[in-house]
Design a protein around this ligand. Structure first.
Ligand code: NAD
Length: 495
């Protein structure tokens, strides 16, 4: 187990990949431009990174298309593709410390989370899809006996993957695992705030035997490189994770170009409902705190709206404040830290402006409410607002920071009404002893995932993940994600 000083020592000699990865090689951007990559915990520059734009996207898409068309990966035996993906999963595990450090230095999350959650989760995901690569069967349709109609799945071609900064490597792996297992080629743009771990992954993919040109990684900005991928006439599908606003841009890009398929994983404002008959108030309070403070609240499924029933409200608030005390802000490289820095100064200012708005609109601040004192980086203290009304800005908009809104309700019907009073529908949580209440409410809440009596308890790969409403459509994880990177073909043979 690494200590604080071990991590600081490792960080000082870490080698960082900062060029684009195209056709199996690390290369500068065609323009030669670079942009600064900042460590948000110190506000200091880590390194300059290649700034790709439309010219690089055109080049990478041509490379990916050639790789797809000549079959070096798409026509490889699926079990061999699977073997190489499983080798990649092993390499992720072997390079766990390095990848965890890149993730933590790049976006500010605690090293303990990078090592315990992010990197093992990535290895598990890639391994799972490696195992699945030769498990998808095709169909023979039950037609008239004078014909044989085969329904087969084919890889789509070139997939544009555009991902956010909150789980940089994991969001990439959730797309890469199924897309590569199905035989596609990839052009991936990481978020400009967090390109480093995915560039390392590209190197490991090459070591694992994923052929040149199949996985290309282009650091750059959304409005240039991201838009060029979205508008490209030779990209067959976009797999996007990020904000709802940018998700809508990708729908427009598709309509303005080649009608490429679009799969969107977007924002959330997830309700976490605690009924009077909650089976364990201490555990629910602990989960309510983790649901908002884990990863500094920079989680699409963050339990940012806590709905507590009147009868247990006072007792629950006491337990919640106590449980929140175990979420300590600190240097992300310190293994005792549970909350690191926010990803960048602009984002911290946005989070602080929501706190100002909550105070102006009459919510009561019960914890935190300020930038963390005595630090050069972009830290905000864990913050809880009580007396929040559904109409207040902090109850409606995604803050994507450590700010919890507590709302009070009376009865199941009101809880469901408040829970569904949002444009989002990513996840929800519910605490009740009554199995009928649990089933009724889980059905009534419009969300892609509903957790009962425990908030997000597992990183299980077998379950689909994704949203209803403006949280997007398309699913990551599970066998369903593999389906979305393929198309159905019918071959009808008259006998
Ligand atoms: P973002 O939408 O600003 O950026 C996401 C990606 O899109 C980045 O790579 C960015 O460079 C690119 N991009 C930005 N503007 C673009 C444009 N005009 N054209 C093309 N590409 C563009 O999101 P973010 O700030 O990086 O991440 C936070 C958001 O991601 C939150 O809304 C969060 O809920 C969401 N998210 C959703 C999930 C999920 O699975 N549903 C998971 C993680 C994060």
């Amino acid at each position: 187990m690494n200590t604080y000083s071990d991590w600081k020592d490792k960080a000082s000699w870490l080698s960082i990949r900062n060029q684009a990865f195209i056709d199996g090689k690390f290369v500068n951007s065609i323009s030669g431009k670079t942009f600064s990559n900042i460590n948000p915990a110190t506000a200091e520059k880590l390194i300059n990174v290649a700034e790709c734009d439309k010219a690089d996207v055109d080049y990478a898409v041509a490379v990916a298309r050639k790789a797809f068309d000549d079959g070096r990966w798409s026509n490889m035996h699926p079990s061999e593709r699977g073997k190489r993906l499983m080798r990649l999963a092993e390499l992720i595990e072997e390079h766990q410390d390095e990848l965890a450090l890149l993730e933590t230095l790049d976006m500010g999350k605690p090293i303990t989370e990078s090592t315990r959650i992010d990197i093992p989760g990535c290895a598990r995901c890639i391994h799972w899809y490696g195992e699945a690569a030769d498990k998808l069967m095709d169909e023979i349709a039950p037609t008239d006996p004078s014909a044989l109609a085969m329904v087969t799945r084919e890889a789509l071609g070139v997939i544009g993957v555009v991902v956010p900064w909150n789980f940089p490597l994991m969001m990439a792996c959730w797309k890469l695992g199924p897309a590569l297992a199905a035989g596609n080629s990839i052009v991936l743009k990481p978020a400009e705030q967090s390109p480093l771990s995915v560039l390392k992954l590209a190197e490991l993919a090459s070591m694992a035997g994923i052929p040149d040109g199949v996985l290309n990684v282009l650091p750059g900005f959304g409005e240039t490189a991201g838009k060029a991928i979205g508008l490209h006439m030779d990209v067959d599908m976009i797999a996007f994770t990020g904000s709802t606003q940018v998700g809508k841009f990708f729908m427009e890009y598709s309509g303005q170009s080649n009608l490429k398929r679009v799969s969107l994983e977007c924002g959330g404002k997830s309700p976490h409902i605690v009924m009077n008959d909650c089976p364990d108030l201490d555990r629910a309070a602990g989960d309510a705190a983790s649901a908002i403070f884990f990863n500094q609240g920079e989680v699409c499924t963050a339990g940012s709206r806590l709905l507590v029933e009147e009868g247990i409200k006072d007792e629950f608030m006491e337990k919640l404040i106590k449980a929140s005390g175990s979420h300590n802000v600190g240097d992300p490289l310190d293994p005792d830290t549970t909350m690191g820095s926010l990803v960048e100064e602009g984002h911290m200012n946005k989070v602080l402006s929501y706190i100002d708005k909550a105070n102006e609109e009459g919510a009561s601040c019960k914890l935190g409410g300020t930038r963390s004192a005595g630090r050069d980086g972009f830290f905000v203290d864990p913050t809880i607002f009580d007396d929040v009304k559904p109409s207040m800005t902090i109850a409606k908009e995604e803050i994507f920071g450590p700010v919890l809104s507590v709302l009070t309700f009376n009865g199941e019907e009101e809880a469901v009404k408040i829970a569904n009073d949002t444009i989002y529908g990513l996840a929800a949580g519910l605490w009740t002893k009554d199995i009928s209440t649990a089933h009724r409410m889980a059905r009534a809440v419009r969300a892609g995932t509903v957790w009962v009596n425990g908030w997000d308890p597992s990183g299980d790969m077998t379950i689909p993940f994704g949203g209803f409403k403006q949280s997007g459509f398309g699913r990551d994880k599970s066998i369903h994600a593999l389906e979305k990177y393929t198309d159905l073909k019918t071959t009808w043979i008259s006998l």
